[in-house]
Ligand binder design. Structure first.
Ligand SMILES: Cc1cc2nc3c(=O)[nH]c(=O)nc-3n(C[C@H](O)[C@H](O)[C@H](O)COP(=O)(O)O)c2cc1C
Length: 152
């Protein structure tokens, strides 16, 4: 069974965590086994990353930028890829989602920083504050779209 990682940061209200659960649901519905990891609860061990077939990244907008935990992930990703030569770390399909408090500039930052992961699938899904049902439906559909992109 294909393995998907939903890696996100959620700290303030749990808004990004709710979106992450919906993306995970869409991935599972389309046939993936899913692990969720909140970078607010620890540092993701990059050695585990090659074990995933695809990945969903979610961040709150912090000062128009991604949360520190996700930045650390991308710093580690570069070092393990370029300096340490960890195999199977790049060229993964991925999707993006984000929550914000009325700004949302983080969307452009995410599209730039996560580019080195591989191929972006679909359109990033954003939520202004707590995600409503429409946003959650889009998150779920995004998860399924990601799964289908690797299972086809
Ligand atoms: C330190 C900090 C900085 C923030 N900066 C922004 C910002 O620049 N623009 C914006 O729209 N929201 C900003 N927010 C609001 C959060 O992006 C928003 O509340 C988000 O939904 C929180 O996600 P969470 O509940 O998953 O932690 C900021 C929140 C915090 C705690």
């Amino acid at each position: 069974m294909a393995k998907a990682l939903v890696l996100y940061h959620s700290q303030e209200f749990g808004n990004t965590a709710i979106m992450a659960e919906a993306v995970a649901e869409g991935l599972r519905d389309a046939g993936c086994e899913v692990d969720l990891f909140n970078t607010n609860e620890g540092r993701f061990n990059m050695v585990d990353f090659p074990g995933y077939d695809c990945v969903a990244f979610g961040s709150p907008d912090y000062y128009g930028y991604i949360a520190g935990g996700l930045k650390t992930f991308m710093d580690d990703h570069y070092i393990y890829d370029v300096r340490k030569g960890l195999k199977g770390i790049i060229e993964k399909s991925y999707v993006l989602f984000y929550s914000h408090g009325g700004g949302g500039k983080v969307k452009d930052v995410m599209q730039r920083i996560f580019r080195r992961i591989g191929t972006l699938i679909g359109e990033p899904v954003g939520s202004n504050g707590r995600p409503d049902q429409q946003v959650l439906n889009r998150c779920k559909a995004l998860g399924s779209e990601l799964a289908e992109s690797i299972l086809l």
